[in-house]
Write a protein that binds this ligand. Structure first.
Ligand code: GSH
Length: 86
């Protein structure tokens, strides 16, 4: 966890998705601890992601206060910068 523990972030992602790579790189730069959930390659099998966010795109972030930022690397990185870049 970071010095200011804001709780656990959850990132729904794949290892191969370049948008996810970008989000993970920013997480690493900021030293953020998070849980990565690797979704299935097949969109039809991304049931958990569909249930929590109503869509199947990655990267999707569940924030510390339960907000969902779905399928948008720029929006996720903006959130990280605003909340973790001290
Ligand atoms: N606009 C999205 C694009 C992300 C994207 O295209 N993700 C792909 C995997 S690389 C995906 O999950 N597409 C939707 C889907 O498979 O349902 C972003 O900015 O992050």
């Amino acid at each position: 966890m970071t010095c200011e523990d804001k709780g656990a972030l959850k990132l729904y992602q794949t290892e191969w998705c370049s948008y996810c790579v970008r989000v993970r790189a920013r997480m690493a730069e900021l030293g953020i601890d998070y849980t990565a959930i690797n979704v299935p390659n097949s969109k039809a099998e991304r049931k958990e992601l569909l249930e929590i966010s109503g869509q199947t795109g990655v990267p999707t972030l569940v924030t510390t206060d339960g907000k969902i930022i779905a399928d948008d690397d720029d929006a996720i990185i903006d959130y990280l910068n605003e909340n973790f870049d001290k």
